[in-house]
Write a protein that binds this ligand. Structure first.
Ligand code: PLP
Length: 561
């Protein structure tokens, strides 16, 4: 009898363990199904592949014929490249000379200088088309280099520049005068912080505010708070989304360690909603609304522009619906919904992305332009989520500090920004913002199509991505033709054109005209030569073959056949 009971108990325990493992396996499978099928959706595999990617570069001949173009096209390219190189070295001489000096000891410049174009082309481009990294002035919608060349600014200071540089100069100057009495005292606050807090509560519709020194830190703190209050482990981020360079939110390439407590799931996906609805260990979902422009893909830098598959299209209605559904699931499951508005917040609407999409989050991070031109990161949240200690557990705290947080000068410049946001001239900038920028994008696209140029713009309001409509290995060259026409781009090149909202129609028309001239010059120089055999697939296949050959036996430099 006793034996039978023991056996029965053992069988029972075994069956229960098996059932638990099956449930776990099922959950694991569901998690896998909710990943995007691209490499960006599989952070660990992407990191491993990236680590195995061999370096090689093209010799001079292959540089111009990587797509198998005929000799006459290669000659056109060679001549165009030499002309452009002469132009750069003459027109930007001083800026290039001083930038090269600076780069010797500034690691950031070495990095951005190397990653402007696909690595196979990088060395020759750096040598012959050096890009200046130094500027001496800004004015209106332009910036001026050390040689006195004025460029239309499309780099937008990483998105900080929403109202135009003159506005931020004024905000910093006026702000500094207002807090001069206290100066750089830290720890205790300047009273301006009280008004800033009230204004931010009003904008975010949330109860409390914490101040940090960068967007990265604001995101860190938001995720930490979500974990602390839900007592759950995992943060969910969406495939391709950037949230700063903290390891937990950057689990793929670029982070030396794997992020163990982050799930990267597919954006706009039923499988993702299913995972959120069924798992109990998810603390928060982090949304960067910029992804509406290219769901499930990273902001595509020109250094990754190996072919013409870069794709972008903003469908506001579809993305709004997705955010609403996310909101519902998060509410249902007690998951903290975080909007990371560091980049797009005040670029889309005075009330930020919550206002623009009509969806409310539990925590919102702001940064960039909010500092009125100075460094900033802010978290806004509901009272229950912002608390950093527990009344019933005195040692169980959620620690967050930061020497420079709430710096008086930053508070003052922020105050200028927040007040300006409410003034009629700034409110006017936001009026019909999407209509204005959609119409501008449409106009330029029509012009490009009429001219038969293989380039197309996708936009989310005044945030633009250049896409390419004909398979090519040389699309990244466009950034150099654009610079030659006086258009300033950031190091990611044509992946991101950021317009400030003070661009007038006349300013914009000047940019559009230069854009077309640049694209024509590039076309004339043969870079967009095309044969039916050249497809995006065939380009990728060639590159994979090159890599395999390089790993197995080839020298570092690949020669033309
Ligand atoms: C959405 C988003 N979050 C966070 C950050 C990080 O901000 P910061 O560069 O100020 O650390 C960025 C920066 O580009 C961003 O775009």
């Amino acid at each position: 009898m006793e034996w039978a009971a023991t056996t029965f108990a053992l069988y029972g325990a075994g069956a229960a363990a098996l059932a638990t493992s099956m449930v776990k396996l099922g959950r694991r499978l569901e998690l896998s199904q909710a990943k995007h099928r691209s490499l960006a959706g599989h952070a660990r595999i992407a990191r491993r592949l990236a680590a195995a990617l061999p370096h090689y570069e093209y010799d001079e001949a292959r540089f111009f014929s990587a797509d198998g173009a005929p000799a006459e096209i290669v000659e056109l390219r060679r001549a165009g490249f030499a002309r452009l190189s002469d132009f750069y070295k003459t027109r930007f001489a001083e800026t290039i000379r001083r930038s090269a000096e600076a780069a010797v000891a500034i690691s950031d410049l070495q990095f951005t200088g190397t990653y402007r174009v696909p690595f196979q082309f990088s060395r020759l481009v750096r040598a012959d088309l050096p890009t200046g990294a130094l500027l001496q002035a800004s004015d209106g919608v332009t910036v001026t280099d050390l040689d006195g060349n004025r460029f239309y600014d499309l780099a937008g200071s990483y998105g900080v520049n929403v109202f135009g540089y003159d506005f931020y100069k004024g905000a910093i100057e006026r702000g500094a005068a207002r807090v001069h009495g206290l100066g750089p005292v830290l720890g205790a606050y300047h009273p301006l912080i009280i008004e800033n807090t009230e204004l931010l509560k009003d904008i975010s519709g949330l109860d409390q505010v914490s101040f940090h020194m960068s967007g990265t830190e604001a995101v860190m703190q938001a995720v930490r708070l979500a974990r602390y209050h839900t007592r759950r482990r995992y943060a969910v981020r969406f495939c391709g989304a950037y949230h700063g360079w903290w390891g937990d939110v950057q689990p793929g390439i670029g982070n030396p360690l794997p992020a163990r407590d982050t799930h990267t799931l597919a954006d706009m996906s039923e499988e993702t909603l299913h995972v959120l609805r069924t798992r109990r260990d998810i603390a928060c979902v982090l949304v960067n609304p910029e992804q509406g422009l290219h769901p499930n893909a990273p902001a595509p830098t020109d250094s990754a522009l190996v072919d013409s598959t870069r794709w972008s299209r903003f469908d506001k209605d579809a993305y709004t619906q997705w955010l609403k559904r996310l909101r519902e699931v998060c509410t249902e499951r007690g998951i903290v919904l975080i909007f990371d508005e560091v980049f797009v917040g005040f670029r889309l609407a005075p009330g930020g992305a919550q206002d623009y999409f009509g969806v409310r989050a539990d925590l919102v991070t702001y940064g960039k332009t909010l500092g009125g031109g100075l460094p900033i990161g802010v978290v806004c949240g509901r009272t229950g989520l912002m608390k950093r200690f527990r009344d019933d557990r005195p040692a169980d705290i959620c620690f967050a500090r930061g020497t420079f947080n709430s710096h008086p000068y930053v508070m003052a410049a922020m105050n200028e920004f927040l007040h300006a946001l409410r003034t009629p001239p700034m409110q006017t900038l936001y009026q019909n913002l999407d209509d204005t920028w959609n119409a501008r994008a449409r106009r330029l696209n029509e012009h490009l199509a009429d001219e038969g140029l293989p380039v197309e713009i996708a936009n989310m309001s005044a945030l633009w991505v250049v896409c390419y409509t004909r398979p090519s290995r040389y699309n990244w060259m466009l950034q150099y033709y654009l610079r030659a026409e006086g258009l300033a781009l950031s190091w990611v090149g044509t992946a991101r054109l950021i317009f400030s909202l003070n661009y007038t129609d006349a300013d914009f028309d000047a940019v559009a005209e230069r854009f077309v001239v640049a694209a024509h010059a590039m076309e004339r120089d043969g870079w967009w030569w095309h044969s039916p055999a050249l497809t995006n697939k065939s380009i990728k296949r060639t590159i994979i073959k090159e890599m395999i050959a390089r790993r197995l036996f080839a020298p570092r430099q690949l020669r033309a056949h």
